[in-house]
Design a protein around this ligand. Structure first.
Ligand code: SAH
Ligand code: SF4
Length: 398
């Protein structure tokens, strides 16, 4: 069931498909699906009969060995390598700056075409290493507790820019196997998990996110299991089933409130698709994607959504959905309109959910000293800012 769209709802997908003039130059092979890669090779004169094999060879060089220079692709004939070099590049976003937190978290600022910048965060843990990647520059949505939400949407990232963030991080972690040596699988991976929890709403950039994640999951390349990729959405209901069917990764949802009035203020897309519509879509997700459970993200805001009653309501709402509730202590940013719930309050809230039979981990804020924690990302170079009036109109909250 879908709530009626607000007549003035500014949340439309159209703004995100504004065509932009691509700079002329050699075509980047990164981000192309296998089929598109094959077509690109045929376009420059590769015989159709050979194209599939050449595409497979290139795929391995690019995504398994991490090679960017055609000259190093030694199982291709020299003149063919020269032809590739004349027509194509293998390019990932450029790292502008890197900050390392006291706790080991790394925050990268990367530059993409058009001079825009996005942030990427690497979070090392004892049993895994998670890369938090961005899907858009800015965001069209205006969640009132989120720093990215104060920044206008500048543009969608391309598939190349999305998978390029993973490749860039593997460069920095020096995790590519030495070309031609071994299988590349030597012990646990430094970059073992991906979360689409950086800047932007991934389901409003669906095709590029899908193509990039398909590349990341491909067994002959980066080869991350779909169970190690989590996409977080604010609740773009019509795209949820599509995500299950076409990507099949794990799903996290920015839930954050247990009644529509509060959720309208915190996550204004709720005015378009309310809690009931969202839960209906989520109920179907595990079956459609053959995955175990949904992660409900819940930001803890003092006196806004953190009462015992909220916790009890939350448990009731998600009944029947296999779920884990990730409690996120609010991370403040300059000018943020909320404060973090006290630790006692968060623990009490977690206990109620836990006693109802759900895992309720409290997410430890990571990289706070470098402003890398959830919801703190915002590229300082983007001056474009939503006006106060726009935020008020969209959230209904001063
Ligand atoms: N746009 C997507 C993914 C990016 S946000 C989404 O909204 O789900 C990743 C998570 O961080 C979301 O659950 C988001 O609601 C949360 N978040 C945003 N700002 C935050 C803040 N200041 N403190 C804590 N969590 C925040
Ligand atoms: Fe956009 Fe997610 Fe931030 Fe909401 S929480 S403004 S959807 S990035």
């Amino acid at each position: 069931m879908t709530a009626k769209p607000e007549p003035t709802a500014p949340i439309t997908q159209d703004v995100m498909t504004i065509p932009r003039k691509m700079p002329e130059g050699p075509k980047n092979l990164v981000g192309l699906t296998r089929a598109k890669l094959r077509d690109a090779l045929i376009e420059v004169g590769t015989p159709e009969k050979q194209a599939k094999m050449r595409a497979n060879q290139l795929w391995q060089w690019i995504y398994h060995w991490g090679v960017r220079d055609f000259a190093q692709m030694t199982n291709l004939a020299k003149d063919y390598r020269a032809k590739l070099a004349a027509n194509f590049v293998v390019e990932v976003p450029e790292v502008v700056s890197k900050q390392v937190s006291e706790d080991g978290t790394r925050k990268y600022l990367v530059r993409i075409a058009g001079g825009h910048e996005v942030e990427v965060v690497y979070i090392p843990e004892t049993d895994r290493g998670t890369l938090c990647i961005s899907s858009q520059v800015g965001c069209t949505l205006t969640c009132s507790f989120c720093h990215t939400g104060t920044q206008k949407l500048v543009r969608n990232l391309t598939a190349a820019e999305i998978v390029g963030q993973i490749m860039m991080a593997r460069d920095d972690l020096e995790e590519w196997p030495e070309p031609g040596v071994g299988t590349g699988e030597n012990g646990p991976r430094l970059l073992s998990n991906i979360v689409l929890m950086g800047m932007g709403e991934p389901l409003y950039n669906f095709d590029n996110v899908r193509d990039a994640m398909k590349i990341a999951m491909d067994g002959e390349g980066i080869a991350l299991s779909r169970r190690r990729i989590t996409l977080s959405t604010s609740g773009v209901v019509p795209e949820i089933a599509k995500c299950a069917e076409e990507i099949g990764c794990l799903m996290a949802v920015s839930f954050h409130a247990t009644d529509d009035e509060t959720r309208n203020k915190l996550v204004p897309i709720n005015k378009r698709w309310n809690i009931e519509a969202l839960l209906d879509a989520l109920r179907e997700y595990p079956r459609l994607s053959n995955s175990e459970r949904i992660t409900f993200e819940y930001v803890m805001l003092k006196d806004v959504n953190d009462s015992d009653e909220d916790a009890r309501r939350l448990v009731k709402l998600i009944k029947g959905i296999p779920a884990k509730i990730n409690l996120i202590p609010f991370n403040e940013w300059p000018g943020s309109p909320y404060t973090r719930s006290s630790w006692n309050r968060i623990r009490k809230f977690a206990d109620i959910i836990h006693n109802a039979g759900y895992a309720s981990p409290i997410r430890t804020p990571r990289g706070e000293d470098i402003m890398a924690a959830c919801g703190q990302l915002k590229s300082a170079t983007e001056r474009a800012r939503k006006s106060r009036a726009q935020i008020e109109a969209e959230t209904g909250a001063p």
